[in-house]
Design a protein around this ligand. Structure first.
Ligand SMILES: *Cc1c(COP(=O)(O)O)cnc(C)c1O
Length: 469
């Protein structure tokens, strides 16, 4: 039967013609649809594939308390840039910037520190990168030298935003390879890649691929000597997307921030361990002199004089409210407790997984609430399955635990990763470990290799490895 009557407010949602017609994919529908039906169509299409809290792949906040959620929902219509209407949001932003700058031990005096907000670390990284590039260009121009070939040095364990930044601003990306024996950025190797055209070196606090931290203190020390020797003024931008909200609370004595002389800017994700729903990022400069004037745009918008540093103009304000709420609600004590709990759960999982004979942890230490592991040598030789098969099995119980291969030069290492975020309890961890054990037991019963194991062996044979079975 085809419907001829249009849906009205009294039509049952699933009795409507819209529900038996294909959804619009190419052109805007000619006619209107009732809000209930439109709501259901969009809602049903975005139904979560799994429980967001069982998603151990993402770094991004999936739990905030009820007051935070209410506060942010109530602010959903606020445009950050509209400072005539919402002047206090800009004030609140400056407070968040001050709080972060102080958490990261800024030397800047005065009661307004230098920073900017972004949609995430990506925008924050780009702003830090652009500032470094402009400062380098200005210095080169003053010296009458060429500005044609800027480059940036970081480890191959970088997040994709740096590839984007270098591509979009046409900066040469020099990647320091990660090795089995060098699992984080090697300062000496990094400096070998530096020259007069290096706009900055970017170490990472909380490497996305492995959960480890680059040794920023060692880098700063080596860079200091290098700059003295060469007369260059190569600065450090720290990509602390995860670490920026972990280190100050779980390891306040670690020197990775503005306590180090050459650290000029730091970026982080408010929506990762800043514990705010997406999207929020922050970048802080050591002091105002490191933020090139060209990056501040002053506009008169709806009657207010607005100075803004950012790639976007309009942006949601709710996340700023969420961040400021968290600072008030949790304070140093609260953040410390939440992050320490995440660390404890991560270490517990790390230990349990390390004890299983089929697995081998990538690193003995857990320095952020995430870690990766791979199959043990024994299993790599003879198992009928790979971590990709385990990933698929775990997904059947609702867990998202990604398997992937590490960046170039160690891309033959396939790992699995768990990110422990606020919202994961010891009880959930025990459920996960049980599901992993059951999954492994099931996979160990296989008589024939899975498709992914066959692909693995084929690839390894091309690399010259011999399998005996
Ligand atoms: C997540 C991440 C980014 C990108 O951050 P978004 O907040 O997702 O834009 C950049 N660098 C590192 C190290 C990250 O982990």
């Amino acid at each position: 039967m085809t419907h001829t009557k249009h849906s009205t407010a009294t039509t049952a949602v699933y009795g409507s013609e819209e529900m038996v017609r294909p959804a619009p994919t190419m052109t805007i529908p000619e006619e209107m649809t009732t809000p209930e039906i439109a709501y259901r169509m969009v809602k049903d299409e975005t139904y979560a594939q799994t429980q967001p809290r069982l998603n151990l792949a993402t770094f991004v906040t999936t739990y905030m308390d009820e007051y935070a959620t209410r506060l942010m929902n109530e602010a959903i219509s606020m445009n950050y840039i509209d400072q005539t209407e919402y002047p206090r949001v800009a004030v609140m932003t400056s407070r968040c910037i001050n709080i972060l700058a102080n958490l990261w031990n800024t030397p800047e005096k005065g009661d307004s520190k230098c920073g900017a907000l972004g949609i995430g670390s990506s925008e924050a990284c780009m702003l830090g990168g652009v500032a470094a590039w402009l400062r380098w260009r200005k210095r080169r121009e003053k010296e009458g030298k060429s500005t044609a070939k800027p480059n940036l040095v970081m480890s191959a364990g970088m997040q994709v935003v740096w590839e984007k930044f270098c591509q979009l601003w046409q900066i040469e990306l020099r990647q320091v390879p990660l090795k089995r024996e060098n699992r984080t950025l090697c300062p000496k190797e990094a400096l070998k890649m530096c020259d007069e055209n290096t706009i900055c070196v970017v170490p990472i606090a909380g490497v996305t691929w492995t959960g480890l931290n680059d040794d920023i203190e060692a880098l700063d020390r080596e860079l200091e000597a290098f700059n003295k020797r060469t007369g260059y003024e190569i600065p450090i931008h720290v990509d602390a997307a995860s670490g920026g909200f972990i280190l100050p609370f779980v390891s306040p004595e670690t020197r990775w921030d503005f306590r180090l002389k050459n650290v000029i800017s730091i970026s982080t994700s408010g929506h990762k361990f800043g514990l705010v729903y997406p999207g929020l990022g922050w970048v802080i400069w050591r002091d105002k002199s490191y933020l090139p004037e060209e990056m501040s745009f002053s506009v008169n918008y709806l009657g207010a004089e607005v100075t803004q540093v950012g790639l976007n103009f309009s942006r949601p304000a709710a996340q700023v409210l969420g961040q400021y709420y968290n600072f008030i609600r949790l304070g140093r004590e609260g953040y410390t407790r939440v992050q320490q709990n995440s660390m404890e759960i991560a270490r517990y999982c790390h230990k349990r997984i390390g004890e299983m004979e089929c697995f081998e942890n990538y690193s003995d230490e857990v320095v952020n609430p995430l870690f990766v592991w791979s199959l043990s040598e024994e299993y790599l030789k003879s198992a009928k399955w790979t971590l990709y098969d385990l990933q698929a099995l775990l997904q059947q119980s609702g867990w998202m635990v990604p398997a992937y291969s590490l960046p170039r030069d160690i891309e033959d290492i396939v790992v699995m990763r768990i990110v422990v975020r606020q919202g994961m309890s010891r009880d959930m961890a025990d459920m996960l470990i049980k599901d992993i054990e059951n999954g492994v037991a099931e996979l160990n019963k296989l008589k024939y290799p899975t498709a992914s194991r066959q692909a693995y062996e084929k690839q390894e044979k091309q690399r010259g490895r011999v399998f005996t079975h």
